[in-house]
Design a protein around this ligand. Structure first.
Ligand SMILES: Cc1cc2nc3c(=O)[nH]c(=O)nc-3n(C[C@H](O)[C@H](O)[C@H](O)COP(=O)(O)OP(=O)(O)OC[C@H]3O[C@@H](n4cnc5c(N)ncnc54)[C@H](O)[C@@H]3O)c2cc1C
Length: 420
């Protein structure tokens, strides 16, 4: 823990360094950075670059406010309000002077260095940062398309989908089955589906104790499996069943009319289905040719500049991230490395060695949470794990309660760092 905290302070100090990089100059002489996507990665890079006096930052984001995926499982369990997860762009615009435009970036012209917005205006840039998050591979599983999300929500991009799943769980009768389909790797937030199962079980235990949770997994194992299975046995005996791919033969199709999911050998019916589809980098990156055959965007690990298109940086869940999981903590960490690289390219300031780290808090029950802390470093053109510290089975209850407190403190500090 000490390790990442020290490094984090390094980066907070770094924000001050970025602010001090350049003298104040007239608006017309400033370099222009356009950031697409006002989620965790995009808002962070915009906020840190806005501190450089010679850079003018524009942030393009369609939504008027941002709801965090992290802690959304607490909302599903009735432990947190939707409002407490939602953050406005006001401070970024007013205190940091970022030009926030609520629109969709439609196309990129890397030769003319412009981005066309849906509302038809064009934004010129000197450097472009893309942080569009994930898109879903609709059509990968028969029957699961955009329309199906209204019956079987994914709730994997927080917002109306999360609210829909909450309403479905609320109105489900006691004794029903809640079915979660967990996606193949790589996907946003590796512990997320299993945290969701834990917290919905916490809710069921209080209000619908005869209900069951079934996880149909596209994989044969998952991150933190021992810790989760230990918690399920202790807190929710007999309530959660996990079926790996080798048992079911894999997920083949869904039938939204009958609320069923078909695997190789069997069809499973449920009262509520949370279908988390296979994923890829956000649509704009696919359309702009910035993603490779893997569906994710290859980047230079020290600057997050695209390996396919110079002058365009990509951060967050959309990148092919080597050994880094797709997390908000890392999107924020990558954004700071990227901000330093852009500031160095545009102002000639020093380029620091990148430091990337992740701390993930995972809730197993209201008073039982675990954490993992991982440091990374660029090696041989990719990014690999250098240090790792993970919660273990058998830790005492007091320690787990302290992690709950640390998680709540982290949420407040982290969202302040991103949105001001
Ligand atoms: C249930 C769940 C729990 C999670 N828990 C944790 C956790 O505890 N800790 C943690 O670190 N991470 C957690 N995560 C993961 C975390 O939410 C993501 O990794 C993080 O949001 C990624 O940030 P990003 O900036 O890449 O994408 P996002 O935050 O999704 O932001 C992308 C933004 O880009 C915008 N956009 C997309 N296309 C365009 C376009 N063409 N034009 C303009 N804007 C566009 C979108 O509207 C969106 O606002 C969790 C995720 C889930 C689903």
């Amino acid at each position: 823990m000490n390790c990442w905290t020290r490094r984090q302070f390094g980066y907070l100090a770094g924000a001050a360094c970025l602010t001090a990089l350049a003298p104040r100059v007239a608006r017309s002489q400033k370099s222009r950075v356009v950031v697409i996507g006002g989620g965790i990665g995009g808002a962070t890079v915009a906020r840190y670059l806005a501190g450089v006096g010679t850079i003018e930052v524009t942030l393009v984001e369609p939504k008027p406010s941002y709801t965090t995926c992290f802690f959304s499982n607490l909302y599903l369990a009735g432990m947190r309000s939707f409002e407490s997860l939602t953050h406005s762009y006001e401070t970024l615009a007013q205190r940091y002077g970022i030009n926030v435009i609520h629109d969709v970036a439609a196309t990129i012209d890397p030769v003319a260095k412009t981005v066309a917005l849906k509302a038809e205006s064009k934004l010129p840039y000197d450097r472009l940062v893309l942080a569009p998050g994930i898109a879903f591979k609709f059509g990968a599983i028969e029957g699961y398309d955009q329309a199906a999300t209204e019956i079987m929500p994914h709730a994997w991009i927080a917002g109306p989908q999360t609210e829909l799943l909450r309403r479905q769980l609320d109105s489900m009768e006691d004794g029903g089955v809640f079915l979660i389909v967990a996606p193949p790797n790589p996907f946003r937030c590796p512990p997320g589906p299993y945290e969701r199962a834990s917290l919905v079980a916490y809710y069921f235990k209080q209000f619908k104790p005869k209900s069951k949770i079934l996880i149909l997994d596209a994989k044969d194992s998952f991150f933190g499996q021992e810790v989760f299975q230990d918690a399920w046995a202790r807190h929710y005996p007999g309530m959660i069943e996990w079926l790996p791919r080798q048992f079911t033969g894999g997920i083949k199709a869904v039938d939204v009319k009958h609320l069923s999911v078909e695997t190789e050998g069997e069809t499973f019916k449920a009262a509520v289905v949370n279908f988390i589809p296979p994923q890829m980098a956000g649509e704009l990156t696919q359309q702009a040719g910035l993603a490779d055959q893997s569906g994710w965007c290859p980047i230079e690990p020290t600057s997050f500049e695209s390996k396919l298109q110079p002058g365009i940086h990509i951060i967050g869940d959309a990148i092919n991230s080597g050994e880094m999981p797709k997390s908000a903590f890392l999107a924020n960490s990558q954004a700071k490395v990227c901000a330093f690289a852009i500031a160095a390219a545009l102002t000639g300031s020093d380029l620091f060695a990148p430091q990337l780290f992740n701390t993930c808090f995972t809730f197993l029950a209201a008073d039982d949470a675990v954490s993992d802390s991982i440091a990374f470093e660029p090696t041989e053109g990719t990014i690999k794990i250098s240090e790792i510290l993970i919660s273990q089975v058998g830790e005492d209850a007091e320690r787990r309660r302290q992690v709950v407190q640390a998680a709540n403190g982290w949420y407040a500090a982290f969202t302040h760092d991103v949105f001001g």
